[in-house]
Write a protein that binds this ligand. Structure first.
Ligand SMILES: Cc1ncc(COP(=O)(O)O)c(C=O)c1O
Length: 408
């Protein structure tokens, strides 16, 4: 199987421009350009001196994760098209592209706009976009970068894109989303073939491939079960790909997969690229699902941490910290203490968390700062304006989370 992107040119252009920190969209002013760049601090600052709650990135762990995933895929036929919804940060997107990723995924139009504004050309919007205003924005993006593509799963949506792209004088790349777990997508088999045929006969749009994202399988506990179900699901997607090709439509891309199945998707022949996201940060949710040889999923290191301060101790055996729902995503299990054993975090409301002491490996007193491993990385990132990247406990710059809040 050959490696496929929407094109290699997209990646080369993106990496080069990202590294130079130039080439922003025509609508961007010079002031807006800085919104994507690192913001230097006046002086190196110890992480323990940061105002809390603060979002930290352990750069050594982040680089380990980036490099490990890159090395793993280097020997595989598939490539990496990481999902930018995890970090929402062009600086991190460029680290992925510099290491050879063929493009970046964005969940929504507004997220994609940030990436294109920052000079990233190859962007796949992974959710359907159906309203005329947003269709117009997708088409406008495609005018700025020929490497922009968007997922579709309905025939009328294809026609709407054709009309809008025709009016704008552009040809838009459409990726057909397959229904993997009832969230979005078209049924595999004949309905998918019919949708590809609709794209084929609609002017101003081209069929760029298939998306098969098995989101329901990413967090299955236990590697063996996850592997068996994932290979089964992705094999069905590969069969649909073959059926579409048999019907006469070449399928250059079959994209899908995530962190929970990264070393399973790599083994399914026919998948061209994987949309891994959380591997960068490895949150508590992911650590709990189990790896191939360990109870903790530790293929990648936790790198996304929330620094919080103990602010009150109304009762013995516990202390209250200043990080609650507004500082750490609360949709799944709570965050974990990073480097202290025998203490657990419990929710204490919008602004607070309660650390319960069982047998603490270190004393925590009012005024002390502690590090939490984020519970669920994507929505935690979306709570902050900046990452504080650090090495040797020192922060020298901030990384803007430029697509923070871009959920439209
Ligand atoms: C369409 C799509 N692709 C890829 C991902 C990345 O998955 P993960 O963070 O599990 O690697 C997501 C995450 O929700 C997604 O929605």
């Amino acid at each position: 199987m050959t490696k496929k992107s929407f094109s290699r040119r997209g990646f080369m252009g993106s990496a080069a421009m990202g590294a130079a920190g130039v080439s922003f969209g025509s609508s961007s002013s010079a002031a807006a350009a800085t919104a994507f760049d690192p913001v230097p601090l006046e002086r190196p600052t110890s992480i323990w001196d940061l105002p809390t709650p603060a979002l930290l990135v352990d750069e050594v762990a982040l680089e380990h994760n980036l490099d490990k995933m890159t090395r793993f895929y280097r020997s595989k036929p598939a490539e990496l098209r990481p999902h930018g919804k995890t970090h929402k940060c062009p600086i991190i997107a460029n680290k992925q592209l510099e290491r050879g990723a063929i493009g970046i995924c964005s969940a929504k139009v507004s997220e994609a706009e940030v990436m294109v504004d920052a000079g990233i050309e190859s962007v796949l919007i992974t959710s359907p976009v159906v309203t005329p205003d947003k269709i117009a924005r997708v088409v406008a993006l495609a005018k700025r970068s020929l490497e922009v593509a968007v997922v579709v799963d309905q025939a009328h949506n294809v026609r709407d894109y054709g009309d809008a792209a025709g009016a704008a004088g552009v040809t838009l790349k459409l990726v057909v989303g397959l229904d993997m777990f009832g969230r979005t997508g078209i049924a595999m088999g004949q309905p998918a073939i019919d949708l590809v045929a609709t794209i084929d006969k609609t002017p101003h749009v081209t069929f760029a491939g298939l998306q098969a994202y098995a989101g329901h399988l990413q967090h299955i506990n236990g590697w063996e079960t996850r592997n068996q179900q994932s290979v089964e699901a992705m094999t069905r997607a590969v069969e649909t790909k073959a059926a579409i090709e048999k019907a006469g439509f070449p399928v250059p891309v079959l994209t899908g997969g995530g962190t929970g199945t990264y070393n399973m998707d790599s083994e399914v022949e026919g998948i061209t690229d994987v949309q891994v996201g959380s591997y960068l940060f490895m949150d508590v949710n992911y650590r709990n699902i189990g790896g191939k040889t360990s109870a903790v999923y530790d293929d990648f290191r936790p790198s996304l941490l929330v620094l919080t301060t103990a602010i009150s101790q109304p009762r013995a055996g516990r202390v209250t910290v200043d990080a609650g729902y507004k500082a750490v995503a609360a949709d799944h299990e709570p965050p974990a203490l990073y480097d202290i054993d025998g203490v657990s975090y419990g929710w204490g409301g919008d602004e607070h968390g309660i650390l319960q002491f069982r047998n603490p490996s270190r004393r925590i007193e009012v005024g002390d700062k502690v590090l939490l491993i984020a519970s669920h990385c994507d929505p935690t990132v979306n709570l902050y304006d900046h990452f504080h990247p650090y090495r040797d406990e020192k922060v020298t710059e901030l990384w803007p989370i430029a697509a923070r809040g871009r959920s439209q």
